[in-house]
Design a protein around this ligand. Structure first.
Ligand code: SF4
Length: 112
């Protein structure tokens, strides 16, 4: 009977399946911030456009050189991208494991 149950889906999965593009009518953060192509190619924002950047763990700007997890969104609170498009809504991370830091940690594991 378990296989007859409809599997519950996360809101993020539904958005992705429905082809939602948060940035469709907006200038994406990597353009507003003039991120170089090298960063844009690695940053999850360009790959997962169904969410705003502040809801994604491990975007380039959430990282620093002190081993951060990419989950600290305090930088977003003062960022002009969030101020422009965030509508003052609370910042809640919704996509995990796709960030630049995650990618680098995986490379570290392979290298060891
Ligand atoms: S600091 Fe936050 S809101 Fe600003 S561009 Fe980076 S992820 Fe987006």
């Amino acid at each position: 009977m378990a296989e007859n149950k409809v599997k519950a889906k996360k809101a993020t999965e539904v958005k992705e399946e429905q082809g939602v593009n948060f940035w469709a009518d907006k200038a994406p953060c990597y353009k507003l911030c003039n991120c170089p192509e090298m960063i844009t190619n690695e940053c999850p924002v360009a790959k997962y456009q169904f969410l705003p950047c502040w809801e994604i763990e491990g975007t380039y700007c959430k990282l620093d050189d002190k081993g951060s997890t990419g989950r600290d969104t305090s930088i977003c609170e003062t960022c002009r991208v969030y101020k422009k498009y965030g509508n003052g809504e609370p910042i809640v991370l919704k996509l995990f494991g796709k960030g630049i830091d995650t990618h680098l940690r995986e490379l570290d594991k392979i290298a060891k």
